[in-house]
Write a protein that binds this ligand. Sequence first.
Ligand code: FAD
Ligand code: NAI
Length: 475
Amino acid sequence: MSRKYDVVVIGAGPAGYIAAIRAAQHGLQVACIDEWQNRDGKHAFGGTCLNAGCIPSKALLESSELYHRATHEFKKHGITTGDVGIDIAAMQKRRAGIVRQLTGGIAGLFKANKVDGLVGHGKLLADRRVEFTPIEGAVEIVDADHVILASGSTPIELPVAPFDGEKIVDSWDALEFEQVPERLGVVGAGVIGLELGSVWARLGATVTVIEALKDFLSMADRDVAAIAAKDFKKQGLDIRLAATLTSAAPTANGVSVHYEDETGPQTIEVDKLIVAVGRRPFTRELFADDAGIQLDDRGFIVVDDECRTRVKQVFAVGDCVRGPMLAHKGSEEGVMVADLIAGTTSEVNYDVIPSVIYTAPEIAWAGQTEEQVRASGREYKTGTFPFAASGRAKAMEQTSGIVKVISASDDDEILGVHIIGPMAGELIAEAVLAMEFSASTEDLQRTIHAHPSLAEALHEAALAVDKRALNYVNR
Ligand code: FAD
Ligand code: NAI
C-alpha cells in the first residue's frame, strides 16, 4: 500500500520547507521531499539559501567586513592592535558551523510540526502521484491530495567559460575557497558578483568584475547606483562595464579571461574566475511528461498569481516560478499556497518585495525606482537624506549613502524607498511595512523615531519629500 498525504512538497529550500511547515500548522498531513547534497556527500534541508546562498554568503560578508574594519577603521576610534591577521580555515569553519546549525534546525522544525522529511528525489507523475526515490532504499509511490513543487534554481553556466570547480567556479565554490586568491575575476556585476567580490576584496584579493551591461546596477535607482559605483571603486573593486565575456580557459597559473568592451578585445589573467551571470529554474526530472506541468520559454514552471500550475491541486513556488529569485519571496509564496490549500484566503503582494544587496554600504529598496515612476507617467516628488547628516551614522563611522523616498504628488502614496548606507537591509523593513499598510508619506513624517538612530534617516527623507527635513538643508 502506498503512503498518502494531504500535501507533498518537493524541495526543502525556503519556499518548500516553509510551505510544508505552514501546511502542517493547518493540521494537514505533510511530507517534504528533498535531495540536496553538500560537498561532503551529506544531505541537509534548506536548499540553496541555507547551504550555498544567503546564509554562508552573509557569514563570510560579516567576517570579511570585521577584518576590513579592524585593519582600516580601528585606528580612527583610537583602538590599537597588534598585527591583524585572517585565518581563512577558521573563518570557513565558522561559516560551515552556522550552516550546519541552521539546516539541522529545519529537521527539528519538521519534527516539531509533524512534517515527514523524506530524503531523496521526488518526481510528480500524473494524478498527483509522486515517485519518491530515497537516497537509500526502494522507490516508493506517494499519493497526495495537493502537491507543491519547490525545486529552486541553479547557476547559469556560460558555454564560453564552463565551470571546472577549481579555477572557473560558480557561487557555491566561491563560498568555499580555502585561501584568498591573489587575482580574482568575476563575470557579472549582479548581486552575487558584488557580494562575493566584496568578500574576497576585503580579504586582500585584487578583484576585476566584468559586466556586460553599460549601466551599473541597472535594477537599482540611479542615485543609489551612482553612490555604489563610487564606493566600490574606492574599495578597490575594478568594475568594467559594457564588457562581454568571450572566453575563459584555465592555464597552468590560473585563468586566461577574454572579453570585449567598447574599445575592442581585452585579456586579463586571474587565479580564479567566478561566473555569476544569473540563475535558471531547476526542474530536471521533476515531473513526468504526462503530469501536465508547463514550462515557459525560460524554463520557469507556469503559474498564476496564486502559484497554481495548469494541473488542479498542483502548485509551484520559489525560484522555479516567475518573479525575483529571493528567499523571502519564495517563503511568502509557500505560506500563501499552504493557506489556500487549507481553505483560507491568502495572497502575496508582489509590488512590495524588498531587495537587499549585502555589500558595504548595504543597498536596499522596495517599490519602484524613480526611473520606473517617471516612465509610468505618474506625477511624483522625492525626498533624500544623506547618512552624512545622521548623528548615529557618524558615531558608527559609516556616513556614506542616502535614503530616498519617492511619493505620489496627488495622494501622497509612497511609491518607492531606496537606501544605500549602514544597515540598509534592516532599515528597509519599516518602508515595507509602511507600503504594505498603504501609509502615506505624511504618516511616516508623523511617526516618532528614536534618536539617535539610523531609522531617523528614513524619517528625514520622508520629511524632505515636502521640503520639511529638519536636520538637513532642503533643496
Ligand atoms: P532552493 O533554495 O534552491 O531549494 C530547492 C531545493 O529543492 C533544493 O534543496 C534542491 O536540492 C531540492 N530539489 C530540487 N528538485 C528536487 C527533486 N526533484 N526532488 C527532491 N528535491 C529536489 N536570496 C535572498 O533573499 N537573500 C540573500 O541574501 C540571498 N543570497 C544568495 C546568495 C547566493 C550565493 C545565492 C546563490 C543565492 C542567494 N539568494 C538570496 C537566493 C536564494 O538562495 C534563493 O532565492 C532561494 O534559495 C530560493 O528558494 P527555493 O526554495 O525556491 O529553492
Ligand atoms: P544577477 O542577475 O543579479 O546578475 C547577473 C549579472 O551578470 C547581470 O548584471 C548581467 O548583466 C551580467 N551578465 C550576464 N551575462 C554576462 C556575460 N556574458 N558577461 C558579462 N556579464 C554578464 O545574477 P546573480 O548575481 O548570478 O544572482 C542570481 C540570483 O540570486 C539573483 O537573481 C538574486 O536575486 C539572487 N541573489 C540574491 C541575493 C540577495 O538577495 N542579497 C544575493 C545573491 C543572489
